[in-house]
Design a protein around this ligand. Structure first.
Ligand code: ATP
Ligand code: LTN
Length: 329
């Protein structure tokens, strides 16, 4: 990891199935950043246990997420892929940051409010503290850029706040990370409800296309997707939310600017547009799934182990620096 490239860090929880929103908003940016950044991509298993998990499924999901990263184009020769719990310094730094973070900071977190609201009985202290662990993940590696979807902006902002507060109190220690959002695609909306983001915890499976969906199921989901009134295929996210969302998905998957697509479908109706989009999604899934199925567990274990070994020294250095600043060394 010794080069002069800026550092990028991001992660995804090994909980449930990933969908094309996760790819378009987050992972597709990671793939593009690999040449220009020192990239570190994490499987955040300690974040996953902030809600109840079946231990067997969790263990399987950790490997599955690693396979998904690899099959989507994260190259272990260029990027580090690792499991959060294999580097102890994540939880160690989270504890120290807990003593910097204020209850008033965490009370502002909208994702906690949304999740706690749905689940009053079962909300854990871990779920409340989740953004502090995320700040530790980011700050441990002197991260410059955090590529995520829009729903994670507030959490990245908190990591900036904590870094600045720590630096102010104890002297320059942490690099201040930047948020990296896609210009288009940072907030892919649900196929059945374009008012709300595509989410794996949505009530209906028609809300999202999972990366593991059989291609013919994905085609049905596209055909069922809600459309706007009128028939024009035009990018207008205020007044035509549904078609703008479908145009965004099309544009990123097929690598074509949205205005080219508007021109292409100037005289077409929603039916033709959806048929073509369904074909593109189907091709994307087929290619992804073929790659995914070729990766075996042994390969994955090796990638995760090598990844952790490569970056552990950076984590150790940071925690030493932090502990000495606060007087514990
Ligand atoms: P949940 O709905 O259960 O919270 P999720 O589907 O939102 O889960 P996460 O695992 O929280 O997914 O997100 C993983 C990454 O994908 C994050 O960087 C997140 O910002 C991004 N992401 C999630 N949903 C979308 C979306 N609809 N559009 C763009 N990016 C997204
Ligand atoms: N909260 C993120 C996952 C996450 C993360 C991180 C993302 C945990 N630690 C550090 C970027 C950087 C989510 O997608 N739900």
């Amino acid at each position: 990891m010794k080069n002069n490239k800026p550092v990028t860090f991001s992660g995804i929880q090994p909980s449930g199935e990933l969908h094309i929103g996760n790819y378009l908003g987050a992972i597709s940016q990671w793939v593009d950043m690999q040449g220009n950044y020192s990239c570190i991509f994490c499987i955040v298993d300690y974040h996953a246990i902030t809600v109840r998990q079946d231990p067997k499924k969790l263990n399987k999901n950790i490997r599955e997420i690693a396979k998904i990263y690899l099959a989507l184009g994260i190259d272990p020769k260029k990027s580090v892929i690792f499991q959060q719990s294999s580097i102890n310094e994540h939880t160690e730094l989270a504890w120290i940051l807990n003593c910097i973070a204020r209850i008033s900071d965490l009370n502002k977190m909208t994702q906690f409010k949304d999740k706690a609201d749905k689940n009053q009985e079962k909300v854990t202290v871990g779920l409340y503290d989740y953004p502090v662990l995320m700040a530790a993940d980011i700050l441990l590696y002197n991260t410059d850029q955090v590529p995520v979807g829009k729903d994670q902006s507030q959490h990245v902002e908190l990591s900036r706040t904590l870094a600045k507060r720590f630096n102010k109190r104890f002297g320059q220690t942490f690099r201040i990370p930047g948020l990296k959002l896609r210009k288009q695609g940072a907030n892919i909306m649900g196929l059945d409800n374009p008012e709300k983001k595509m989410s794996k915890s949505a009530e209906s499976k028609n809300n999202y296309i999972a990366l593991t969906d059989a291609p013919e199921i994905a085609v049905k989901k596209i055909k069922k997707a809600v459309t706007d009134s009128g028939s024009e295929i035009k990018y207008d996210p205020k007044n035509k939310k549904a078609i703008s969302n479908l145009l965004t998905i099309y544009s990123i998957l097929d690598n074509k600017p949205i205005n080219n697509l508007e021109k292409k479908y100037k005289n077409s109706n929603y039916g033709k547009f959806k048929d073509d989009l369904a074909q593109i999604v189907q091709n994307f899934l087929k290619e992804f799934q073929a790659k995914y199925n070729r990766i075996n567990d042994k390969q994955v274990d090796q990638v995760l182990e090598n990844g952790a070994d490569k970056i552990r020294p950076i984590a150790k250095q940071t925690i030493q620096r932090v502990k000495s600043k606060i007087g514990i060394n």
